[in-house]
Design a protein around this ligand. Structure first.
Ligand code: SAM
Ligand code: SF4
Length: 324
């Protein structure tokens, strides 16, 4: 078991499989000048699988594949199939631009779920936010994913003055498709201005929803969750993720493996245990490696605020380097 000093158990691992992406979302990365990792510095599929088995033995039950954009990495279905045989619950976060090629296989694998990122329902605004014109493809793939009965959620990063006025339309879309929509607070990870000018907090997002809908009630927290869940008009489940205000750290069960094989206890951690270096050096056997991982997780700080305080830098890298 991976326990930390605050009595939390890590059971959920997010694996960043690449830092590359075919979009350039403004809140995530700059248009140019991104220092993408060299192929040799990324975990190979064999290395991801080896580490995954070690994490399974240490009590990880749920894995999310993320990035960068997972599907830009070659032969991703091979990795998905392998990881699905290791973990009972496998989820993927994707921008859905390439999903049409994989939906059949994901359906037959009975994948745990897809979280699809979509920040606007307007094609021009989508182009403005992502710097790419793939809105129609993404919408089409969201509908196809729902039609294929793959458990699907929609993630929207809320940006004041950019897309906040679309929140009611997203809730209506969630109702129409019967999918959960989650509104995410913008975090400072964009290797640029830290998203400060567009930031909208969880209470502000909630207030906006309450102004537009008659019945908004908090759902009871039944399990560990990264989102605060609400029911709108007695039927539509909506999540708000306090990714910046960090109010759910006390029940956090997540750890992260970056594309370069570094184990991070928190999104806001600056450094972590370099597992890729350790497995490539072959200096440790599996049991020693497990001991190192246990120690690293035991040292997880009480909150993301503490993790941030410990950092030397103030400019945060893109989410893609963390395994977002
Ligand atoms: N490319 C995939 C995607 O966009 O779904 C997976 C990787 S992306 C880094 C994972 C999630 O992080 C997406 O929902 C994205 O919107 C979100 N994200 C990226 N940068 C963010 C930021 N600065 N603040 C909040 N969420 C962010
Ligand atoms: Fe790519 Fe996802 Fe970042 Fe957008 S949020 S640039 S889709 S990694």
């Amino acid at each position: 078991m991976l326990k930390d000093d605050f009595n939390r158990t890590a059971t959920y691992l997010r694996i960043g499989v690449t830092d590359r992406c075919n979009l350039r979302c403004r809140y995530c990365m700059p248009e140019e000048g991104i220092d993408f990792s060299k192929r040799k510095d990324l975990m190979s599929y064999e290395e991801i699988i080896k580490l995954s088995k070690i994490f399974r033995d240490l009590g990880i039950q749920k894995v999310r594949i993320t990035g960068g954009e997972p599907f830009v990495r070659k032969d991703m279905m091979h990795l998905i199939t392998e990881l699905h045989s290791i973990f009972p619950t496998l989820h993927i976060t994707t921008n859905a631009t390439l999903l049409q090629h994989y939906l059949e296989e994901l359906k037959s694998l009975k994948i745990g779920g897809l979280n699809i990122s979509l920040d606007t329902l307007d094609r021009n605004k989508f182009h403005l936010i992502t710097r790419r014109d793939t809105f129609n493809r993404v919408i089409d793939n969201i509908y196809k994913s729902v039609e294929a009965n793959i458990p699907t959620k929609i993630n929207m990063v809320v940006m004041k003055g950019v897309n906040d006025q679309e929140i009611p339309d997203f809730i209506r879309l969630g109702k129409k498709l019967n999918v959960e929509v989650r509104f995410i607070e913008a975090m400072p990870f964009n290797q640029l201005d830290g998203n400060k000018s567009v930031f909208m907090s969880h209470p502000e997002i909630l207030q906006l929803i309450k102004e537009k809908f008659e019945e908004v009630s908090k759902m009871n927290d039944t399990s560990i969750s990264s989102s605060l869940k609400y029911i709108v008009d007695n039927e539509t489940v909506v999540g708000i993720i306090p990714a910046y205000t960090r109010s759910l750290c006390s029940s956090c069960n997540r750890i992260r493996l970056t594309p370069k094989g570094e184990l991070l206890n928190c999104l806001y951690s600056e450094k972590g245990l370099n597992l890729l270096e350790l497995i490539r050096s072959k200096a440790l056997n599996d049991s020693q490696l497990k001991g190192h991982i246990k120690n690293a997780v035991a040292g997880k700080l009480s909150s993301g605020w503490e993790e941030e305080e410990k950092r030397d830098d103030t400019i945060f890298n893109s989410m893609t380097t963390i395994g977002g």
